[in-house]
Each structure stands twice: as structure tokens, then as C-alpha cells.
Design a protein around this ligand. Structure first.
Ligand code: F6P
Length: 339
């Protein structure tokens, strides 16, 4: 068989490891794989990256995606969708492995509905894909954010300040949760909960009284009237939340409300760069290999996911339920450590 593999949506650590796993698994079973450059855009325009004979051994630890990516939605415009289908059919492919988050997997489902052979692999630093327990990219991104918080702690402690760290994650608070819990924040604000200013002030005040500084983690997706750029959207209709400046907004409220010297930091795409953690390397490798197994079993229209300790295939519809948000149990644990 001849498979194609593409990576779509925002890059994250582990994508290259997943592509590598697809290539190795297919090769080891006697099949061939070609890469597609820049996500759906590449499949639409026929941009191929040869993977046969390419040594991918050291690609396990590479950040980003060796195939390139884009946030192109191929089904947003009918003429582009037709072009993509024609390219797919003309390339002599037996199937496609689409690696991506909700948007990429929804486009993969549409391709499957239009009669093409597709399997999916979930990824995203946001960890919000419904059908899988964890997505690769999340552990690496949150680890970077925890390190950033630890660095901010040094300045907060030295200058007796309140420091606010804004992290990504879109409308799910997983990255903020992991950063707040893993980095020992005094308060963590997530999109899953309303903005409660008096509560926030109480935690910051307690921390400052106790040890002279405070650390606050804020998810980019919280609902506040931040003054930054609003209303800009990507090809899939998602607002660019990082442009709103919610971290700076919260820092300003703390400074005004408590009279503390306060600073904010937004680490943005720094969270998405760098090598994958061991957890992400292993998860990406398992899911990439399993996607090939699903294809070889003829289980088109499925997505390789992690459930507990096992990888398995579930239908696109199951994988693409409502984006997974932080549940009450995690929130309860998180707030156990508020100052
Ligand atoms: O979905 C991953 C993510 O990093 C989100 O956390 C963030 O809101 C968004 O992508 C940023 O998108 P872009 O890379 O297009 O600015």
C-alpha cells in the first residue's frame, strides 16, 4: 500500500515523532509512505515530501513538524475541496494518515465521508480532543510553562512582587491547570470557571502576607473584558485568544486593587517549541504506529487514541465529541493549593 501522512493545525512537540512512527511502521510491514507538506494546503496543491529512504532515526526528538503545517481548512471553499479530492485521487494513494487537533480531524472526517480512506491521530498542546485521555504536545508545552513559572518565582521573590503568567490552551484550561498545579501557583484562572476577582485578590493577599510575593497563572481563554486585539479569527473560525492580553489585564487589576507591584509575562508560542518530553515521544510513537495498524486492518474512518494504558481506534465522531474541558475533580484538586 501507499500511504500519505500530513500534520495540520498548530505545531507541537511530538508531531515529528508521530510522522516517524507512521513511516517506520508502514516500512516494517512492507508498505510505503509519502509526506504531505504544510497540512491540508499541501494535499490540495500536491506538495509531496519523499520519506522513502530518508533516515528518520534522530527525528524522534525534533520539535515542530518536519512536514510543515498550516491552519488551512480545505472544506471552507467548495472549489478548494474539489481540488483536494482530485489531488488525492490522482496521487495513487491507498490511504491518508491525518495528524492534528479537532480542526484537522474534522477535515479528515469530511474526507472520509466523501469516500476516501483516512485514519487520524490526535495531537494538540491544548489536550482538548474529546476521544483520547491525553494528546501529545500537552506534556511538553505544560513543562515549558512550569519552567517559566519557576523562573518568574525567582523575580517575584527577589522583588516582592505579584507575577502573572499567561499560558495558551484556547477554551480549555489544561495547560493552566498543569502549570498552576505543577509549578505551585497561588491562584490559577481557567476558562472553565467564572472570573472571581475578590477570590483572586484574597489568594494574592494571603500569599504576599505569608511570604512576600505571589504567583498567578492565567489561561488565555478566561472570560474578562481584556483591552487587547479582539475579533481576529483563523481559517477555522477560532479567535486568536493570545492577542487579548488577559494576563496583562489581570496583572493590572491586581496592581490597582491591592496596590502591589505587579508584572505579567505571556510566553505564547515558546510553549509549542522545543523537543518533546519522554511522555510525548512515547505517546506520539504509539499513536502513529497504531494509526498504520488501523489502516492495514482496513479500519478507515477511525482515530488512534489513548484510553487508560492502551491505544485503540475509535470512530471520528467519537474522537470529535465536544472539546474536553477540565472537570470538577481536577478543579477541586487545583484549588486545594490556592494560597
Ligand atoms: O491550539 C493550539 C494553540 O497553541 C492554542 O493554545 C492557541 O490559542 C493557538 O494554538 C494559537 O494559534 P496560532 O499558532 O495560530 O497563533
Amino acid at each position: 500500500m501507499k500511504f500519505a501522512v500530513l500534520t495540520g493545525g498548530g505545531d507541537c512537540p511530538g508531531l515529528t515523532a508521530a510522522v516517524r512512527a507512521v513511516a517506520y511502521r508502514a516500512r516494517s510491514r512492507g508498505h510505503s509512505v509519502v509526506g504531505v507538506a504544510d497540512g491540508w494546503k499541501g494535499l490540495r496543491d500536491g506538495l509531496w515530501i519523499p520519506l522513502e529512504g530518508v533516515d528518520l532515526a534522530d527525528a524522534i526528538g525534533r520539535g515542530g513538524t518536519i512536514l510543515g503545517s498550516s491552519r488551512t481548512n480545505p472544506f471552507a471553499r467548495p472549489e478548494e475541496a474539489e481540488r483536494l479530492l482530485a489531488t488525492f485521487d490522482g496521487a495513487g494513494l491507498d490511504g491518508l494518515v491525518a495528524i492534528g487537533g479537532d480542526d484537522t480531524l474534522a477535515a479528515a472526517r469530511e474526507l472520509h465521508r466523501r469516500g476516501r480512506h483516512v485514519v487520524g491521530v490526535p495531537k494538540t498542546m491544548d489536550n482538548d480532543v474529546a476521544g483520547t485521555d491525553w494528546t501529545f504536545g500537552f506534556d511538553s508545552a505544560a513543562s515549558v510553562a512550569v519552567e517559566a513559572l519557576e523562573r518568574l518565582r525567582d523575580t517575584a521573590r527577589s522583588h516582592h512582587r505579584a507575577l502573572v503568567l499567561e499560558v495558551m490552551g484556547r477554551n480549555a484550561g489544561w495547560v493552566a491547570l498543569a502549570t498552576g498545579l505543577g509549578g505551585g501557583a497561588d491562584a490559577t484562572l481557567l476558562p472553565e470557571e467564572p472570573y472571581r476577582e475578590e477570590e483572586l485578590f484574597r489568594h494574592v493577599r494571603n500569599a504576599v502576607q505569608r511570604r512576600g510575593y505571589a504567583l498567578v497563572v492565567v489561561s488565555e481563554g478566561i472570560e474578562v473584558a481584556a483591552p487587547g486585539r479582539v475579533g481576529e479569527h483563523d481559517d477555522f473560525g477560532h479567535e486568536l485568544l493570545g492577542e487579548r492580553g488577559v494576563g496583562a489585564f489581570v496583572a493590572g487589576r491586581i496592581a490597582a486593587g491591592l496596590g502591589l507591584e505587579t508584572r505579567s509575562a505571556q510566553i505564547g508560542h515558546i510553549q509549542r517549541g522545543g523537543p518533546p518530553t519522554l511522555f510525548d515521544r512515547l505517546l506520539a510513537t504509539r499513536l502513529g504506529a497504531h494509526a498504520v495498524d488501523l489502516a492495514l486492518e482496513g479500519r478507515w474512518g477511525t482515530v488512534a487514541v489513548l484510553r487508560g494504558e492502551s491505544v485503540r481506534g475509535v470512530d471520528f465522531d467519537e474522537a470529535l465529541g465536544a472539546p474536553k474541558r477540565v472537570p470538577a475533580e481536577w478543579l477541586d484538586l487545583l484549588h486545594t493549593f490556592d494560597a
